[in-house]
Structures are given as C-alpha cells and as structure tokens.
Design a protein around this ligand. Structure first.
Ligand code: BTN
Length: 258
C-alpha cells in the first residue's frame, strides 16, 4: 500500500454481515490504528444509505470500511468527511479510467457517477462525543468487475462495464487509499477551501437547470449552486430565491439512457 497510514492495517474477512457493522463493533471494544480498513469479499447484510441494502456479487467488487478518528473536527462540520471520501473516489476513478473518455461526477451527498450511472456508494457512520467526531467509519462500495446488476443494470456502472477488462481489486483499493489519504491530510490541516472547491466543481448537475422532485413527488425546476457548511444542497429556484435541501427532501432527475 503506497500510503502513510490509510490501508496500512488491513483486516480481511472472507465474509461478514457488513464491514461497517464489523468496524463499529471492533471500535466499541478496542482502538485500532487510524486508517485501518475492514475489507471483505462478501457481505451478507451490506448497508446502503437511507436503510437500503447494498448488493454486490461476492469477490467482484470492493466492499470495505475505513476507520478514522477525526477528533479535530467539530460535529457540525462532519460533512467534510463525506467530501473527503467522495473526492478520493472521484480522483481514483479519474486515474484508473482512460483520461477524457468518461464523465465522473459526485452526486450529492456522496454517490459517484460515471456517465450518469452510479459506480460507487458511501455510507459514513460517525460517533460523536460532545461536540467532536470521535470516530468515523466510512463504508465504501465500488463496483469493479461485476458486469450485470439485474433490474438496476441500466442505472449502474462498474470499471469492467466501462473498460471491458478485469481489474485487480487490491490495486484499485490501493489507488482509493492513496487519494483518501491526500484529502484526509488536507482536512486535518483544515484546508477547507481546497475541499470545498474541488467537491463543488465535481458536483453532478452543478449549474444545470433541471426538474427535481420533492419527497412527496411534486416536481420543480431548480439549479444546484453548491453545498453549505452543514452539507445541505443549495439550490436556486425559478423565482431566483435560494433554498437548501436535506437528503431525504429531494429526488434527483434520472438521466441514464437505457
Ligand atoms: C449507498 O447506499 O450508496 C451506500 C452504500 C455503501 C456500501 C458500503 S459496502 C461497504 C460498507 N459496508 C456496508 O454495509 N455498507 C458500506
């Protein structure tokens, strides 16, 4: 692993319910080195955002959790961890994929899309003590060698689907860890500007007027202008007013072609 600390301690499991759950259980008993990774070839109860399940064919994709202790981070600023992880995945994919051929975007809050289709998802579980983040488990699912995704196939991408070639999972993991370290070290130095600028510039549908829906299905025209310090999406509405949204309040337009 070409890193200082991220991924240096690798806990590999043939099978586990969820690497996030395993990491959290581990942290409740002992302190493992910062940057430790729990990696598995098969999750039996992989967790996705908003209570969804994360499905991944055994041994085909990366399913792992990164353990961090961002004790320097105020609880109110914990969205910076999402920014770090999303940027790490973005930059790793930009390095792996042939340059200029694919459109890699961060769909707020931290899905990664290539050519409008989801290639990676992130589930961050934080533990707070008073006002600071005590530990953070960043669970990452990155589609690598799986080619078919059943009913969801038109909406999902993988490196194999894009490049028609097999990728070594450990090499892809190494690349993600390298970029995770770059961005996490910037966060540690409180270089918020770099994180904000990079994250915002890579946002899916940034500055594009599109039809979104509210949680109740009501459609409206709006344009993404950025993300505020709480991690809420800042949108311009047709009446020129600005409104912020939390994840559960908004449904994105679907842009994938069949
Ligand atoms: C999403 O819904 O987009 C988030 C998916 C996160 C999946 C990863 S796979 C490794 C880690 N362990 C889990 O149970 N979930 C995350």
């Amino acid at each position: 692993m070409d890193t200082l600390f991220i991924g240096q301690n690798l806990i590999y499991l043939n099978e586990t319910a969820s690497t996030n759950t395993y990491a959290i259980d581990l942290l409740n008993g002992l302190r493992v080195a910062e940057g430790s990774i729990v990696l598995t070839d098969r999750q039996t109860m992989g967790k996705g955002q908003r209570g969804n399940t994360w499905l991944s064919e055994p041994s085909m994709n990366l399913t792992f959790s990164l353990i961090l202790y961002p004790v320097f981070l105020n609880a109110a600023n914990c969205f910076y961890l999402s920014k770090c992880v999303a940027l790490a995945l973005h930059d790793a994919l930009a390095e792996i994929l042939p340059s200029g051929q694919h459109d890699i975007k961060i769909k707020w809050p931290n899905d990664i899309l290539v050519n409008n289709k989801k290639i990676a998802g992130v589930l961050i579980e934080n533990n707070f003590r008073t006002d600071t983040v005590q530990y953070s488990v960043a669970g990452i699912g990155l589609n690598v060698n799986q080619e078919y995704f059943g009913q969801l196939d038109v909406r999902i991408n993988s490196l194999k689907k894009l490049c028609k070639q097999h990728f070594e999972l450990r090499e892809v993991l190494n690349t993600v860890c390298r970029f995770a370290e770059v961005w996490y070290l910037k966060l540690r130095k409180k270089d918020f500007d770099s994180l904000n600028n990079a994250y915002t510039s890579k946002l899916y549908l940034l500055n594009e007027w599109s039809v979104f829906k509210r949680a109740d299905g009501h459609p409206f025209n709006a344009c993404i202008r950025g993300v505020n310090e709480h991690g809420e999406l800042v949108m311009e509405l047709e009446n020129a007013k600005t409104k912020t949204f939390e994840v559960k309040e908004l449904i994105f337009p679907s842009r994938y072609e069949a």
